[in-house]
Design a binder for this molecule. Sequence first.
Ligand SMILES: N[C@@H](CC(=O)c1ccccc1NC=O)C(=O)O
Length: 236
Amino acid sequence: MNSKITHGIIRARLSIPGVINMVKILDISVGLHSQLPTWPGGLNFQLESTKTIDQHGVNVSKMASSVHVGTHVDAPSHFIDGGPTVEQLSLETLIGRALVISVADVTAITANLLNQLNIPKDTERILFKTANSQLWERGISEFKQDYVALTADAAQWVVDAGIQLVGVDYLSVQRFNDSPLTHEILLTAGVVILEGINLAEIAPGEYQLICLPLKIIGSEGAPARAVLLPYNCSNG
Ligand SMILES: N[C@@H](CC(=O)c1ccccc1NC=O)C(=O)O
């Protein structure tokens, strides 16, 4: 496999002898490091060396962080007491056909906007590419409160459309000063919320999403690795 890092997105190509560039894999996860923006009051990602080859013959690190760091998934228990936790989320929902929609010039994603976007009726997963993705591209470590996110009526639109997973390109699916309604509507309906993806280099269209949150037992969320494959990928 060859891979190249371009502005935080790793493009990797699998090649099999005699068959060149069969599958293009687009990494939409952000890299975890201590300077990532974190939710106010949340613990930023920390990685600390506890053993070194010099002193112990081996390199070992420990990490500490809010589970809502970088690219991550929210489970229903984030806003619903006693709701399912992250290890209980269905892999069938986390993996499958996804539509990337570009809404570059809006300050909020509303039901009115969604009605105008001609989103196909059979959409199962939807990832919103907004101006937020540029914050990851520019390496902004300060938490921005004016990120683009879904209003409560947009969340209801997503539920009514039968969509199972919604992805956004900053640290929350709801706007900073809104009530938790957007989360509550989505999580009560069992819609999986993927946050903190970087779609800056992703063209709008259909893909196969593979999103694998860490299997942290009993947690209301977990960091995830998320990648996109071309939808009509023969071996994807
Ligand atoms: N992931 C959450 C936000 C979040 O992370 C959060 C919300 C309230 C209090 C603390 C939070 N995170 C702490 O790390 C969200 O989707 O809005």
